[in-house]
Structures are given as C-alpha cells and as structure tokens.
Design a binder for this molecule. Structure first.
Ligand SMILES: Nc1ncnc2c1ncn2[C@@H]1O[C@H](COP(=O)(O)OP(=O)(O)O)[C@@H](O)[C@H]1O
Ligand SMILES: [Mg+2]
Length: 264
C-alpha cells in the first residue's frame, strides 16, 4: 500500500499533506473556508484556534471521516479527495489517530486494545502480535501494564495506551485531537515529550489539534490558526513567527490575551 502513495508522490515534493481551497461544512453550515496549507514530511504541525472554531472538523476531513464540501487534500502528492474507496483505505492504513479522550475499548485490556489494529490489518500469528503489542506498550512507557483495563489506570496512561494503539502499524502520519485535554500539567508535558519521541523514532509526520499554549510552544514546528470570526485561516508559521506576525488575533491568542506588539 505504500506503493500507492509513493508511485503517485511525484508532484508532492516533500509535502506529506497539502490542502487546497478546502471548505468544511455540516450540511449548509460552513465551519471553515479557503484553507490552504501544507505539512512537510517529518514536521510537527499544530492546528490551533479557539473552542468550536473547527479544529476537530478539519481533522475529521483530513482522515476521511467526513468529505470536504469543497477543495482537495493531497497526501504525498496523491489526491485523497478523488481517490477510490480502495485507494483511500490503503492511504488510511498509513495513518495513526489518537482521538480526543483516548477512545480505548473499556471492556478490553490495554494489550487487547493495541492488538486490535494489528490483528485487523496484518496476518501475524498470536505470538508475533503479542510481541509487537509489548514493544508498542514499552515505547509509550507502559511495559507490564498490558493486562490492565483502561479503568484501572490514570488518564495520562490511557492517553499513552491510545498512542500505543495509534502507532501499532508504524504509521507515516500521526494525528492527535487535543492530546492533553483533561491531563494535569506534568502528564501533559510527558505526553508532549512522547509525541516528539514518536516523531523521531517512527520518522513520522505529526498533526496535532490543540489550544494548549504550552504544548504549542513545546512541540510545534509550524502551526495554523483557524479564526472562528472570519471562518478561515488567519496565519501559518512557526510559533515564534506567529507571535511577531502581522495578525493581531493570532498574536493575542499566543500571548494569553495580550498583544505582545501593543504599545505600552
Ligand atoms: N456533527 C456535527 N454536526 C453539526 N455541527 C457540528 C458537528 N460537529 C461540530 N459541529 C459544529 O462545527 C463547529 C466546529 O466544531 P469543532 O470542529 O468540533 O470545533 P473545535 O474542535 O475547534 O472545538 C462548531 O460550531 C460545532 O458546533
Ligand atoms: Mg475539538
């Protein structure tokens, strides 16, 4: 399935994702329009903005859970929006997703949760599956916790177990929706570090939806700001560039409500 991406990747250059003139909508309700940005291979790209601006909606469109109202999404140059169901499934196989809340099956142990995608998408025997599961749990710092149920561990550990499941098939692109939501600052910091670690160990491209400033500054190579008022993107760039950039809304967002460039 990697051939599907690679053979079509000629026009994409180094962009893992390219979004062109994207409009996101629920029926007649337009959430965002005219989105244009690209995510480079191997970078941590943050989708930020206030509550309800459309971050999760953008993520859902990126991973094929919803069809864009208009525009195109390319993965390594291949048009995802125009792909057949079969091609889409092959492309999706290269994605790992950690949904808001972690979304583990509560009736299954951590091992069973992580084994799920491995059993679904590979033909590995039980022993190999179990070895791979243990490896993935160890990678996220959960060695020895395989037999625990989600309800028996902390929120931070649940997020990490969700991450173990997301990386089960060595994805090329990892998507996170509000990974630090509901976590205390220390667990949140650890998760950020783990996200950076996954990027280097898997060589993955990482897309993170968050409005947590500490996370944005800790992990983002570049970020896009979705502005609920104008219903489109206000800026794309590194957090430092955006803090000093021309868009006042973005500067104020990144500086906790105070414009860092305002005259005193
Ligand atoms: N399934 C849905 N149907 C209709 N409207 C939705 C749905 N999901 C979200 N919305 C609306 O779309 C807008 C963006 O939501 P969302 O993408 O969840 O925002 P964010 O993740 O930035 O907080 C909000 O106004 C929300 O009420
Ligand atoms: Mg959301």
């Amino acid at each position: 399935m990697q051939e599907v991406l690679k053979s079509a990747g000629k026009s994409g250059g180094e962009d893992a994702i390219r979004v062109e003139n994207l409009t996101l909508a629920y029926d007649s309700y337009t959430v965002m329009k005219d989105l244009n940005f690209s995510v480079k291979k191997g970078e941590v790209f943050v989708i930020m903005g206030g509550s309800g601006c459309g971050k999760s909606t953008l993520l859902r469109n990126l991973i094929g859970l919803r069809e864009p109202a208009e525009g195109k999404i390319f993965y390594s140059g291949k048009d995802f929006t125009a792909a057949s169901r079969e091609e889409k499934d092959a492309m999706l196989r290269n994605f790992g997703v950690l949904y808001q809340g972690g979304a583990l099956w509560s009736s299954m142990t951590l091992s069973e949760n992580v084994a799920l995608p491995i059993k679904e998408f590979t033909k590995l025997g039980d022993e190999d599956v179990s070895e791979l599961v243990n490896l993935k749990l160890a990678l996220v710092g959960l060695r020895g916790f395989g037999d625990f149920y989600p309800s028996e561990i902390s929120g931070g550990m649940r997020k990490r177990a969700g991450l173990a499941r997301a990386i089960a098939l060595d994805p090329e692109i990892l998507f996170f929706d509000e990974p630090s939501a509901g976590l205390d600052p220390v667990s949140s910091y650890r998760l950020d570090q783990l996200i950076l670690q996954m990027r280097s160990s898997l060589g993955a491209t990482v897309v993170v939806v968050t409005h947590e400033l500490s996370s944005i500054f800790a992990i983002a190579d570049r970020a896009i700001f979705l502005d609920a008022n104008t219903k489109t993107q206000a800026a794309v760039g590194s957090p430092k560039e955006l803090l000093e950039g021309p868009n006042e809304t973005v500067r104020i967002f990144l500086n906790r409500g105070v414009d860092p460039l305002a005259k005193r």
